[in-house]
Ligand binder design. Sequence first.
Ligand code: ST9
Ligand code: ZN
Ligand code: ZN
Length: 333
Amino acid sequence: TKNGNAIMEKDLLNHDDVAAERGMVDDLFDETYREKEGPKPPLRYVWRNIILMSLLHLGAIIGLTLIPSAKIQTLAWAILCFVLSALGITAGSHRLWSHRSYKATLPLRIFLTIANSMAFQNDIYEWARDHRVHHKFSETDADPHNAMRGFFFSHIGWLLVRKHPDVIEKGQKLDLSDLKADKVVMFQRRYYKPSVVLLCFTLPTLVPWYFWDESIIISFFIPAILRYTLGLNATWLVNSAAHMFGNRPYDQNINPRENPLVSVGALGEGFHNYHHTFPYDYSTSEFGWRFNLTTAFIDLMCLLGLASDRKKVSKEVILARKMRTGDGSHKSG
Ligand code: ST9
Ligand code: ZN
Ligand code: ZN
């Protein structure tokens, strides 16, 4: 219909405006891309990662069994480390650096980079590069954690094998000039290993041991190992569960889903049907602070003058999109 076209145009216009404002478009889905035909290359296992990830998860189980013997301050510290490191991913490498959905001042970027090293999920540059190909070539061989390859692959398996060549081929064509121009991002990349040793493992261990005489074993296995492992799995659930389980009120033609449970663990990152439909929205959801600590954090930073230029999709564009491509589930929710 004529009306339908007008709404669609507005929708597209919004995409272009926001893209121009952010200075990048390489996180938008490429409708024209077609996966290569023919046999898939064989899996090449990376045994070092398989062994280290197994040991890490064994360590996390040890951490779990130690919880009853831990001091209450140690548990509170572990939760604080979880939230801080999670914000380094959600507000940092995800919403700021991968999607440019808001602007951050130098002090905030330094804070987010410290929090990001504490989360140890690859440096910001690599994380954002992989994440932009994930959006642009979503659920094809060029998507690093292609959910078409199943729950295990999209959750952790993709970190245990060599990348599909299409990921690297397509990734090399991305515009990453904004990341290269950010001195904080490049500084973290240069000193990534020592920053992780210090911030992900050493600092979380030493604080309880030094300040309230916690045993060094408990200090290591709960705030460092268990907290790190839970942060990884909360993040990975966005790639696995939130690409498989939940409604699709914004676009039923894509696999990413609205998964409130994942949002709780991932500080607001489980509204994944919305996020893949409108990747430049700083809130990654239509509903503000609901299950979304990250949005509350970014809003607070704006209030303090440390952040600005939050990109938000208007209610009418969202509604038009729901009517045009949604699964209708928003009416019952
Ligand atoms: C981790 C990351 O866990 C988790 C990310 C999750 C993303 C989630 C997204 C969901 C939305 C947001 C939700 C947030 C929720 C947060 C909640 C928090 C509670 N483009 O990689 P290499 C090139 S990390 C262009 O070695 P291999 C490039 O030249 C966990 N080029 O490939 C590169 O060299 P360099 C800890 C690319 O050999 C070269 O290829 N970390 C691209 O196939 C070699 O790259 C680990 O466990 C690209 N996309 O190895 C480490 N990619 O980098 C795991 C590569 O120098 N990683 N190139 O430029 C590895 O060991 C390896 O990457 C590998 C693949 C074995 C997996
Ligand atoms: Zn996704
Ligand atoms: Zn994203």
